[in-house]
Design a binder for this molecule. Sequence first.
Ligand code: TPP
Length: 582
Amino acid sequence: MKTIDQHTNPKENKQFYQATGSIAVIDALLSENVDTIFGYPGGAIMPIYDALFDYKDKLHHILVRHEQGAIHAAQGYARVSGKTGVVFATSGPGATNLVTGLADAMIDSTPVVCITGQVFAHLLGTDAFQETDIVNITSPVTKWNYQITDANEIPEVLAKAFYIAKSGRPGPVLIDITKNAQLQLFDYNGYKSCIHVRSYRAKPVVKPEYIQAAADLINQAKKPLVIFGQGVILGNAEKEFLQFIEKASLPTAWTIMGMSAIPTDHPLGVGMVGMHGNYGPNYLTNECDVLIAVGMRFDDRVTGRLDKYAKQAKIVHLDIDPAEVDKNVLTTVPVWGDCKETLPLLTALLEPKEHKAWLQEFQDKMQYEEEVLINKERFPETEELTMSEVLFELNELTHGDAVMVSDVGQHQMVVCRYSKQNQTRSNITSGGLGTMGFALPAAIGAKFGAPERTVVAIMGDGSAQMNLQELGTIMQFQPNVKIIILNNQFLGMVRQWQELFHEKRYSFTDITSPDFVQVAKGYHIKGQKVAERSELKKALAEMLASNESYLLEIMVAKEDNVFPMVPQGKGVSEIVLSKDQI
Ligand SMILES: Cc1ncc(C[n+]2csc(CCOP(=O)(O)OP(=O)(O)O)c2C)c(N)n1
């Protein structure tokens, strides 16, 4: 296989030069400033891997242990860095192993470009070895997908892929390339990045009259409440958002996906909304007079029962995706557009306000939550360790500067409720799909995306066993990832529901685990196990001080529950703080 440099150089004043499809793929990645690829080779993508061999120094390829690990790693990379994650996988099982990650990236708006190998074009439709119709399989879980059977299409299609993945509301794109197209020599006249696609409008047109109408509503509001989602982070609009909330002293709550766009201890921050969010913002959603939603999509975990959600409020919804506006909650004023553009326009029209009494209501509710719940979580009287106290100890040691990558379950809710986060892009979790097995590979990707930051993966004993093989990736590529397994010997979140809503019938939620420290040892990763309160702080400090990856297994109470909770089918103001209130 020849390399780009061995071919006639495009800069030599020639209109085109001969290249293989695979070389064109590599050139596209280099032109898009890709530095890291997460992938796994196989027969149908071998020509691309062969081309990659000559570019190992420019394109850092991380060989994961499972394609699901590749896409979650690419998601973690994208979420911390703001860049597009790139994945390589082979046809058939390689490609189908990406499906969960694609669905996850789709619902959490994560820019990822997956390149899959496909069987030779002449074999398509013959049930050839490792043939699968990945384009049809992934249609509902990709922002765009496409199959290339002729190398001539590669430059333009890949340029479109990168543009579509990153622009507007980001999402995953999958490009399937048949083996003949990878091998095909064609007249290549260089890579041109894409800035426009016919029939695709990345951003809606901003309507000044709606900005004015939104400002009027906010200016008149006595009890405004802002709820923001990941749109603020995806739009790189953290600064503009702070200026917006600070100008009119707007009480501001975040969704799980928005968390960290403002520091978690910001004076206007009133906490997290959602099923296990804070008491005040959930409860007072049903008392605000104007609800300003910024870059969030009114997910059912946030709204609870819709016919009991903010019925008294006028709704202003800022979103880049017009399909989100009026989807779940009817809007009084829609503000379509990129919030990086719309927020400053809106801020300019706001009257400075203080909203002291209204902010005090949130503080009172927070104080109540502290008294009846959080203080007990902070200083537990139980003999067994609790998940929450681990988070409080960790905050002390990280000072809120770490990237927290959580898996799915009770521990995830505890991380999002209690971790202190000072910097944006610090809360990496599977919000929309709730994919167990996300955290370990996502943390690996996050470390490659933000090498200067401390990255802590927090998993339950169930979640940890879903992609545990990625310890092999850590062993080989040595990202310095801190791994905490909060082991309650249960699939805790499901057990909690069984306890609360299924008369404690624990149907297949008790789960046994290997000795995680021994498993880590097998991968040459240091670690220790902790079960005593007296050992916790020291163990966490040792983990953080280690200059390599480290696994800490922490034995926690078996049957602890996460509260507050908006029980399923209830409205947000029916949030409960303990099991007796259900
Ligand atoms: C892939 C996948 N399968 C099943 C579930 C359903 N589920 C949600 S939380 C949970 C339990 C998670 O257990 P564990 O990782 O031990 O965390 P804990 O709740 O105990 O903190 C399960 C099974 C899921 N979210 N994802």
